[in-house]
Each structure stands twice: as structure tokens, then as C-alpha cells.
Design a protein around this ligand. Structure first.
Ligand SMILES: [Zn+2]
Length: 483
């Protein structure tokens, strides 16, 4: 069988997100059919050449030539969508100082030259850094499941700092090389919690955890989305109390990502909102998906809980925040863009707010009577929220210095309400509705916040990875994600 045909088979299997051991079994099976092409096991990485789902180029010995072909064929597929987890530090273990200064064309020239001499596969720091940067050029999308530990990113962070102390323009060019084609970034609940609670060494400006500071300088996505952690509706209040700390910090840190480099963003989508303070970015379509109620229904075969997401009349009587938390959240997301003294007209340019399913997760009752502690009538939430905004914004906004009265109408033309059923897929992660929402037991929130409060004393545990580890296979990483 010819090499290219074989590699197409490997690529197809890897595309199905199979880990090397499963891949090896599949390859063997492929060879048993009468009319299927025979695939030799020798083309596959052996267990000793992989660890935690990564192919270790440095350990490829006499079969190196064979596996280089496999590496070349799977790299564009594996790196297209990067999943970052606590153990991804090794993936980012490269030295920016080793990369050429003059943009992607210069990197391509270096790659060509190293391939001609065979040094492309070398283990020297420069060769590994260029090989990694070459692989990152395939990345179109980054999903951050967890923030890797600060320590895991020490090397790339320190080279980033050393370059930025020299000429800022050349450092910028070099850093941009890392992910030049990434269009979308998605931050999952653990990563969002990390932004909210991470403790920097200094508070001289809003700082993000190291990975995000790196990403803000090394890619320039058009679409960003964040998802909050969900707990069952009955636990909503306790969840709010456990996560109230750092809510405003999250808002300022998201703003910082925008000002640190993500200024090309066209949309920011926020998923699974219940009680959180909502960030907003100027010049951006800000889309907010409010969560419906969350109710535990049964367990699946592996013992995990299944959840239902009732809404409308089916959700009456389920515990949730009072309706006025929603109007407060909406008006905060709008007013945050117009601090006193800011140029309100400039901030409005290209900015809009789209609120999806505002009635979700609110405490409601079946029949209309006085609005009391048992909630409001279920069909009224949307009207109440809109009316509250219509009354509050014309008073609040012009009270801010620099905000002209005539801009109030302009703000209202940029506010849109969408029924949850009519929501479009997320422009960043393609998520529709509650598909893929992360629902955790309440205890998970406490474990996270306790772990964060001890950060510095006990570092977030990382899985040690060998030097030279190259390929992260997504399905292996998913196994480490505590969903
Ligand atoms: Zn999304």
C-alpha cells in the first residue's frame, strides 16, 4: 500500500478523534476485511512513543521516517481545533525568542530551510519552537477547558516578557506568529472561573491568567464565547454566594483582553447566565443567552446525572432569582460601556446587545396576583424586564458625564430581545440552546474556589509531560475534563 493512501486512512481515523491505542486497533481491523486496504501496525505510534495522547517526536527511533509522515498528515487535523487543559502547558512550551522576526513568510522560509537540512525534526530548542509554531499555523479555533498552571507556562511567558522589553513592534510580530489564523476562542466554565478568581502577583492593572494574556497577544479572533457553570435551580442562591467574589473582576478582565489585543472581535457570546454580572465590549455584537431552569432527572449508566431544562409554564414554582435581577443584569451590561467621561458616541459604534431567553431561570408562579416572594406570573417576566429598562435607561444614561440625551434612542435601537427557541447557533462554538452546557454539582464550585484561594501555596496540579511531546489528541483530553 502506498504511503499517501495509508496516511489518508490515518487522517480519517484521527479526524474521528480516536486516541493512538484505539487507532492502532482500528488499523488492525481495517486490515482484516477482504477489500479494505491493508494497514500495517508499523505506521502507528507505539505506546512507548506516546504519552497522555501525545506523540513524542524525540522518542521516535528507527521508525522515525515512517512516523514523520504520519505527523505531517495528522498535524493539520489535530491542530485545527486546539483544546487547552491543565496538562496543555507542554503544548505551549516554546521559546518566542527562537522564532523569526518578520511574520509568517519568514517562518515559512525557516521551516523550508529546516526541512531541507532535516533539522526540522531536531530536538534543539530552536527546532522544537519552530516546529511547534509551524503546527500552530493550522489552528482555527481554541477551546480553553482549564487554565494550565502558571508554572506550565513559565517558559513561554518569560520569553514573551523578554521580547516585549526589547522593541515592542518586533515582539508583537513574533508573538502574532503563534496563532495567525485563529478565528474563534471559547472559554468553558473552569476557565471563566479562573479569570474571575485568579490572583496575580500585582494588581497594578486588570491582569488575566497567563494563558489568556498570552492568547491576547498571539491571536486576534473575530468571535469569542464564554460559558458560566450551571448548577441545579434549587442551588442557585448558594451558587451565587459561592461565586459572588470576583464578578466585577471578571468584567474588567474581559475588557482587558479586548484592549490587550482582541480588538478585531465582531461578537462576544455569553452562555448559561443565571445571576452573573455581565461584561460587554464596544464595537461588538454582545449576545447573552440566559439559562432556563435546571432540574436533575435521572442517572445514566455511568452514574452521572441527567438534567432537564424546563421553561415557561412547566417551570413555575422552581427555585430561581426574582425577575428584577434580570433587568439589573441587562442595564448593567449596557451602562458598563459608558463610564462617566467616556466618548459615548464612539463606544456605540458597531455595538449592540442581544438578550436571548430573558425569562429563563426566574422564579415564577402559574397565576397572576401580587408580585411577592413566590415570584411573578410566568408570562410576565419579559414585559417586566423590558419596561424596567425602558424606564431606567433614559434617566441613568444622561446622568453620566459625556452622555448626550439624544443618544438614548440610539442605545434602544441597538437592544434586541430574542426568544430562546429562535436563538441562532453561537458564532464561536456553534452551540445551540442547552446542548453542551456544563452542569456541575454545587460542591464542584466550592472545590474550585478553595483550590483558587490556596493558589500560590499549592499550585494547581499538572500532569507531568515529557519534553518533546507534540500532538494533543482531543479525545484523550476530553477524558480529563470533569464534565
Ligand atoms: Zn459559544
Amino acid at each position: 500500500m502506498s504511503l499517501p493512501t495509508h496516511h489518508r486512512a490515518v487522517a480519517a481515523l484521527v479526524h474521528a478523534e480516536l486516541c493512538p491505542s484505539v487507532l492502532a486497533i482500528c488499523m488492525t481491523r481495517l486490515g482484516t476485511g477482504a477489500d479494505t486496504p491493508r494497514v500495517e501496525a508499523e505506521w502507528m505510534p507505539q505506546p512507548e512513543e506516546t504519552r497522555h495522547g501525545l506523540i513524542e517526536v524525540d522518542k521516535l527511533t528507527d521508525r522515525r521516517e515512517v512516523l514523520k509522515g504520519t505527523y505531517d498528515v495528522v498535524t493539520p487535523i489535530l491542530y485545527r481545533h486546539l483544546h487547552v487543559t491543565v496538562c496543555s502547558g507542554d503544548l505551549l512550551d516554546l521559546d518566542l525568542d527562537e522564532l523569526p522576526l518578520d511574520g509568517e513568510v519568514a517562518l515559512e522560509a525557516s521551516v523550508r530551510q529546516l526541512r531541507e537540512t532535516g533539522e526540522y525534526w531536531g530536538t534543539a530548542r530552536r527546532h522544537r519552537s519552530i516546529r511547534r509554531a509551524d503546527a500552530f499555523r493550522h489552528a482555527r479555533r481554541i477551546t480553553v477547558h482549564h487554565e494550565p498552571s502558571d508554572k506550565a507556562l513559565d517558559r513561554v511567558s518569560s520569553s514573551q516578557q523578554s521580547t516585549s522589553t526589547r522593541t515592542s513592534s518586533s515582539a508583537g510580530t513574533r508573538a502574532r506568529l503563534l496563532f495567525p489564523h485563529v478565528d474563534t476562542v471559547s472559554l468553558l466554565p473552569d476557565a471563566v472561573d479562573a479569570i474571575r478568581t485568579w490572583s496575580p502577583k500585582t494588581y497594578d492593572r486588570p491582569r488575566n491568567p497567563p494563558l489568556l494574556e498570552l492568547l491576547a497577544k498571539t491571536c486576534s479572533p473575530q468571535h469569542l464565547c464564554l460559558a458560566f457553570r450551571l448548577v441545579e435551580s434549587r442551588d442557585w442562591e448558594e451558587h451565587r454566594e459561592a461565586t459572588v467574589s470576583g464578578q466585577w473582576q471578571l468584567v474588567s478582565r474581559i475588557n482587558r483582553l479586548h484592549s490587550d489585543g482582541w480588538d478585531r472581535l465582531e461578537s462576544m457570546t455569553i452562555h448559561d447566565i443565571v445571576h452573573q454580572v455581565l461584561p460587554a465590549l464596544e464595537g461588538c455584537r454582545n449576545v447573552y443567552h440566559f439559562s432556563p431552569h435546571v432540574v436533575r432527572t435521572s442517572r445514566d449508566q455511568s452514574g452521572r446525572y441527567r438534567y432537564a431544562f424546563p421553561g415557561g409554564v412547566d417551570a413555575t414554582g422552581i427555585q430561581g432569582p426574582p425577575w428584577n435581577i434580570r433587568s439589573w443584569q441587562l442595564s448593567t451590561a449596557i451602562k458598563n460601556l459608558f463610564p462617566s467621561g467616556a466618548d459615548a458616541e464612539a463606544a456605540l459604534k458597531g455595538t449592540s446587545w442581544e438578550f436571548v431567553g430573558v425569562e429563563g431561570h426566574i422564579l415564577t408562579k402559574r397565576y397572576r396576583d401580587d408580585d411577592d416572594e413566590s415570584g411573578v406570573e410566568w408570562g410576565q417576566v419579559g414585559h417586566l424586564v423590558r419596561d424596567a429598562l425602558r424606564n431606567a435607561l433614559p434617566l441613568d444614561l444622561p446622568a453620566r458625564e459625556g452622555f448626550a440625551q439624544e443618544l438614548v434612542d440610539e442605545v434602544f435601537t441597538r437592544i434586541h430581545y430574542v426568544d430562546a427557541e429562535q436563538a441562532k447557533p453561537c458564532e464561536s462554538c456553534s452551540r445551540v440552546g442547552m446542548q453542551g452546557a456544563v452542569v456541575s454539582p454545587l460542591e464542584h464550585t466550592y472545590v474550585e474556589s478553595i483550590a483558587r484561594s490556596f493558589e500560590g501555596l499549592f499550585r494547581t496540579p499538572t500532569i507531568p509531560l515529557p519534553v518533546g511531546a507534540e500532538l494533543a489528541i482531543p479525545s484523550m483530553i476530553h477524558g480529563l475534563n470533569p464534565r
